[in-house]
Design a protein around this ligand. Structure first.
Ligand SMILES: NC(=O)C1=CN([C@@H]2O[C@H](COP(=O)(O)OP(=O)(O)OC[C@H]3O[C@@H](n4cnc5c(N)ncnc54)[C@H](O)[C@@H]3O)[C@@H](O)[C@H]2O)C=CC1
Ligand SMILES: O=C(O)[C@@H]1CCC=N1
Length: 275
C-alpha cells in the first residue's frame, strides 16, 4: 500500500477502528505509521499493547503528518470532529475515509471546509477476523491513487465492493454493515429453540453455531446459490420441509425485507439528524 504520505490517522479507536487496525497490522503495515485519536485512556492503552500504534487524546494531534484520515467515531459526533479538523484538512488535503453509517460525502466535505477527497465506506465487524465485507463510494475528487489506497485499506479486513451511486450506501449498511447482527439473532434463536426442545445448552450451542459456520462456508466456497443449497437439504415431506414451510408461513422473507428497509431508512435519518 503506498500513499504520498504513509501515515494513517484513525479518529476514534473503538470497535471498528480496532478491527481495521488489526487487519492492517496483520497485512504487514508498519504500526509506527498508524496514529489513533481516542479520548478513552483504557482504549488507548490496549491499542498500544495489542498493535504498537501511536495514540493521542486529541484528533488534531493524530492527523498532524498523516496523509490519510479514517473517520471512525459514531455518526452523532462526526460533525464536531470534522469541524475541529477543517483548518488542517484545508492545509494538507488528506484522503479522508469515513466508516460512519448514514453520513454523506457531501456532509463530510462541507464540515471539513469544502474540498476534501472523501471515500465513504461501510465495513462490518467480521473485519476483526479478516472476513469483513465493505462497500466503498468515492467522490469525483478522489483520484485513482486515493481509490486504490482506500480499497487496499479495507481489503486488509476482507472483501470490498465499489458502489457507484452513493444513495445505495444506506442499503449497503442495511445488508452487510448491520448484517452480522441478523445472523447472530438467528443463531441465538436456534440455540434457544434447541434448548427448549430438550438439548443440553452446550450441545445446542455447538450444533447451532457449527451449522451457521458450515452453511456460510458452503455459501461462499461453492458456486451453488443459496436457493439450490437449501433445496439439497430439503427432502420431500421431510423434516426440513416442515421447518421451511413454517418459516414461509410466518413471513420470514417479508420480515427480512422489512428489517433491511428499516435499517436503510435509519441510515438516511442519521444523515438528516446530523445536518
Ligand atoms: N459496529 C459496527 O458493526 C459498525 C460500525 N460502523 C461505524 O463505525 C463507527 C464507529 O462505530 P464503533 O466502532 O462500533 O463505535 P465505538 O463506540 O466502539 O467507537 C467510537 C470511538 O470513538 C471515540 N470518540 C468519541 N469522540 C471522539 C473524538 N472527538 N475524537 C476521537 N475519538 C472519539 C469513542 O471514545 C469510541 O471509542 C460508527 O460511525 C458506525 O456507524 C460501521 C460499520 C459497522
Ligand atoms: O448499528 C449501526 O448503526 C452500525 C452501523 C452498521 C453496524 N453498526
Amino acid at each position: 500500500m503506498t500513499t504520498p504520505n504513509e501515515s494513517i490517522a484513525f479518529i476514534g479507536g473503538g470497535n471498528m477502528a480496532r478491527s481495521l487496525i488489526g487487519g492492517l497490522v496483520a497485512q504487514g503495515h508498519d504500526p509506527a505509521s498508524i496514529r489513533v485519536a481516542e479520548p478513552v485512556p483504557s482504549l488507548r492503552e490496549t491499542l498500544v499493547a495489542d498493535f504498537g500504534v501511536h495514540v493521542f487524546e486529541q484528533a488534531e494531534e493524530a492527523v498532524a503528518a498523516a496523509g490519510t484520515w479514517v473517520l471512525a467515531t459514531k455518526p452523532q459526533v462526526l460533525r464536531a470532529v470534522c469541524e475541529s479538523l477543517a483548518v488542517q484538512a484545508q492545509a494538507t488535503h488528506p484522503l479522508v475515509i469515513s466508516i460512519a453509517a448514514g453520513i454523506t460525502a457531501a456532509q463530510l466535505e462541507r464540515w471539513l471546509g469544502g474540498d476534501a477527497s472523501v471515500v465513504r465506506t461501510m465495513p462490518n465487524t467480521p473485519a476483526l477476523l479478516g472476513a469483513g465485507a465493505t462497500g466503498l463510494f468515492a467522490t469525483a475528487r478522489v483520484d485513482a491513487a486515493g481509490r486504490g489506497f482506500a480499497e487496499a485499506l479495507l481489503a486488509a479486513a476482507g472483501k470490498t465492493v465499489w458502489i457507484d451511486d452513493e444513495a445505495q450506501m444506506d442499503t449497503v449498511t442495511a445488508v452487510s454493515g448491520s448484517g452480522p447482527a441478523y445472523v447472530f439473532l438467528l443463531a441465538e434463536a436456534m440455540v434457544d429453540a434447541g434448548i427448549t426442545e430438550g438439548l443440553p445448552p452446550d450441545a445446542a450451542r455447538t450444533l447451532a453455531l457449527q451449522t451457521v459456520l458450515g452453511a456460510a462456508r458452503m455459501l461462499t466456497e461453492s458456486d451453488v446459490d443459496a436457493a439450490e443449497l437449501r433445496r439439497r437439504v430439503t427432502s420431500p415431506n421431510g423434516t426440513t420441509q416442515a421447518a421451511i414451510e413454517t418459516f414461509e408461513a410466518g413471513g420470514l422473507r417479508t420480515l427480512v425485507a422489512d428489517a433491511i428497509h428499516a435499517a436503510r431508512v435509519r441510515g438516511a435519518e442519521l444523515s438528516a439528524a446530523n445536518e
